[in-house]
Every structure is written in C-alpha cells, then in structure tokens.
Design a protein around this ligand. Structure first.
Ligand code: BGC
Length: 430
C-alpha cells in the first residue's frame, strides 16, 4: 500500500539565495586506455556525513571502473535531508546550468521536478535494462509520473526507526518494543528522564529531523491509510488524533536535549550511542553513520521500529535523475544511471549507507541483521512516503510542513500548528 500521490501544484519553486557549503572534486586523470578521454560527470547530492560520503564514493568508484577516463565532480551540498542542496540545485536549474545528474526523492518530489520541466524522461533506459521487472511494482510506480520514468532508485531507506542505547534503557529499567502504544513509549521515556538521563536525542539544525520525529508520531497515531488520506484530502489535519500526536511531540521536545536546534542528525545519533540519551528517531541512514563511526550494532546501539499498533514502513527513497535540458555529458550521465542500477553496486552502496537495495536482484544476504529485517519489513508492511523528506506530496506542502514544525519548536502552540497545516492541506486541494 504505497501512497498515491496527489497532483503536483509546483510550477517554479521559490528560490532562496544561499551559499554552497561543499563542492569537493573527486577527479581521475584522462584514461590512456580509451574510455571517455577526460569527460566530466558532475553529481549533486547532499551526502556529506561520514557514511553518506563513503556510500557516494562507492558509486563514484563503480562508474570510474566502467569508464576510467571519467572525471567525477562531487558537487555535494551539505545539510541533512537536502534542503540546502535542493535550493542550490533549483538556482542552477533556473540559470540553465544543471549538473549531469542529481539526487532526489521519488513520488511527490519527483512530480514537482517533472511539473517544472526539469528532469529527462529515462523510460528508454528502463525498457532496455528491464528494471521494472527487478523491483516490486509499487516501488517502480513511484519512480514514474504519468507512466513515464524520470529517475532511477539506488536505495530504499526506512524513516520510522527509533535508535536506542541499550545501557541507558537498562539503567532506567525500561524497554521499548515495536508493538508498544505511544503511551507506553512516552512512559518509558519519562522513566529515563526520571533516572537522570536525557530521554531523547534530537538534532534538528536541519529541520527535517524534527519533522521526521513528528511524522512518525502522527503515522503511529492515525495509521498508514489515514496518513495517505492527509494528502488526498480524505483525512483532515485538524482531526483529534493528529492534535494528540502534536501534543505528544511537544512533550518529547521537553524530554529532548535542550541544544537540539544546534545539532545535526548525525551528531544526535552519535550522542545517543555515547550514552548521552536513550533514543533518537532517524531514518536508517543513521545505521550507516553509527557503524561508520565505529559503533557495534546491538551492543553500542540497538533499534526498534517506531512503536505503533499499526506497523508501517515509512519509505524514503534515494534516486538520481538527468536534466531535461542543457546536459553537458549525456553519455556519462546515462552510464551513471546504469551504474547505480547495477545489483552489485546497490549492495555495496547499501553496506555503507544503511539502506536496502531497490533492486530485488541485489544480494541482501551480505547486509547486516538490521538491514535484513528492514528488507523483510519492506516486503510485508504497509508502505507510505515521508512528508519530512518531501516525498508524499508537493514541494509547497512539504515546505509548509517544515515551516510549521520550525514555528512549533519555538512556540509549542498546538492550535497554531494544526490550523496552519489544515489551511495548507485545504489550499492543496482547491
Ligand atoms: C536522504 C538520505 C540521507 C538523509 C540525511 C534523506 O533525505 O534520503 O539518503 O542520508 O536525507 O541526509
């Protein structure tokens, strides 16, 4: 039950001026054995944390193995969740100066790029390579807009995972189970707080992290069907259960580290593993990051799907697309797409990233216990798209949500949050 998207309303995204935080080059010398003879391939992403950069390097190495003469330019822009990267990219798209390929989320975010006329139709590549037959039909459908493919999925992340510190939970005498109710979870976290340790680590310097915590609570409260209904208009944002979820989120903010707005998602995850708190809610890129920093799974940290009586897999997808116009090196860009769609490359990438491959032809037996459990859940649970990552709906509604979460973190005004989101929901449907 993957979410059906509502029609995108985005024509041209509002652009904000910003500075590009990272623009490192990873180049190789021109190939003496042929290959592209010194062509460049410029890739925009927001993969700059330790594990993200390592995973991106796997892809760069793989494409350079295919074409040793290719100079790969890493135009990554730092900022978890990608809001900085997306702003920088939009400015380049507006200026007619796109990179050869860029990272994006499927579903609503992809729809917004297609509506803006920004991305190339790559249906021919899908056809030639038979990719649709190598993944679940619902997953393939989310890479399409109006029956054409505009992106390729390199990996599947789960957004609603609670990463836990086993020692801190033991010391407080509590445990957290996937089947717990939200009230059970809150009680356990209150006991951690009473034991003298911060209950929740949050790093929402990039606001997506707070948005993701709140969306996990909302999904846990209303279930996957109603979550989808929020974006089709079948379920109102001002329903009592959403209000209760926002109140619960406000309470978890009280139980969180007071410096949360100064920390990034990865800093918060590492704080949790260091025992500074009991839990942190984050997508399973946190798994990659915790391992990359030397933490031992099940020992230094553990995990549980965000507790819910209606288990759900919140899908955050990573893909790459090509520009519709002004592409500098189409051959290299297409080689990039076919490389990231190689089953072995997807497995190698997942090892570093904490994700699971999108291709069912990729080997998951070499992945960690956590990743294998995520792969099983992806096959068996209802799947919905994330709002915090701009995937379930239009760019506008996603931005309104991010802004409303930012405002709520400052004023903790539940009424204001609910009325803002109810109005934003309505304006999408008008
Ligand atoms: C991306 C992940 C990334 C995370 C944090 C998400 O939007 O899908 O690949 O690791 O943001 O930067």
């Amino acid at each position: 039950m993957i979410n059906r998207r509502i029609p995108a309303l985005l024509g041209t995204a509002a652009l904000l001026s910003m500075s590009v935080a990272a623009c490192a080059a990873n180049t190789s010398e021109a190939d003496s054995e042929g290959g592209s003879g010194g062509d460049t391939l410029e890739i925009v992403s927001w993969w700059t944390s330790g594990s993200e950069a390592a995973a991106l390097q796997v892809l760069f190495d793989a494409v350079q193995e295919q074409d040793p003469g290719l100079d790969v330019v890493n135009a990554a822009v730092s900022g978890g969740g990608g809001s900085n990267a997306k702003q920088a990219l939009n400015a380049r798209l507006q200026a007619g100066d796109p990179p050869d390929s860029w990272q994006l989320h499927p579903d609503g975010e992809l729809t917004s790029y297609v509506a803006g006329g920004n991305v190339a139709d790559v249906s021919d590549l899908w056809e030639e390579n038979g990719w649709a037959g190598q993944m679940p039909a619902d997953l393939a459908a989310l890479q399409q807009v109006d029956d054409a493919y505009y992106t390729v999925p390199v990996g599947v992340h789960r957004g609603n995972v609670l990463w836990t510190n086993p020692s801190v939970l033991d010391d407080a005498g509590v445990s957290i189970d996937a089947e717990d109710s939200l009230d059970d979870l809150v009680s356990a976290l209150e006991e951690v707080d009473a034991s003298g340790t911060t209950a929740v680590c949050l790093g929402d310097k990039d606001i997506f992290a707070a948005g993701q915590l709140l969306e996990s609570i909302i999904i846990s409260s209303i279930g996957p069907e109603n979550w989808n209904g929020l974006f089709t208009g079948e379920y109102p944002f001002d329903s009592p259960d959403v209000r209760t979820a926002v109140e619960t989120y406000g309470h978890l903010l009280e139980l969180a580290n007071s410096d949360h707005s100064a920390l990034t998602w990865d800093e918060a995850a590492l704080k949790m593993a260091d025992g500074d708190c009991a839990v942190t809610l984050m997508g399973d890129w946190a798994y990659g990051e915790l391992v990359n920093a030397g933490n031992e799974p099940s020992d230094d940290f553990a995990w549980v799907p965000f507790p819910s009586t209606q288990p759900t897999f919140v899908y955050v997808g990573d893909g790459f697309s090509l520009p519709a116009d002004n592409i500098s090196n189409e051959g290299a860009a297409e080689l990039w797409l076919t490389t990231v769609m190689d089953p072995q490359v997807q497995t190698d990438f997942a090892v570093e990233k904490g994700s699971i491959p999108a291709l069912s032809t990729a080997d998951v037996s070499v992945l960690s216990d956590y990743q294998q459990s995520a792969a099983e859940d992806f096959q068996s649970l209802p799947i919905v798209s994330s709002l915090a990552h701009g995937q379930v709906t239009t760019a506008e509604l996603s931005q309104e949500y991010a802004d409303a979460v930012t405002a709520f973190n400052g004023n903790t005004n539940v009424d204001a949050f609910i009325s803002t989101m109810a109005a934003a929901q309505q304006s999408q449907l008008d």
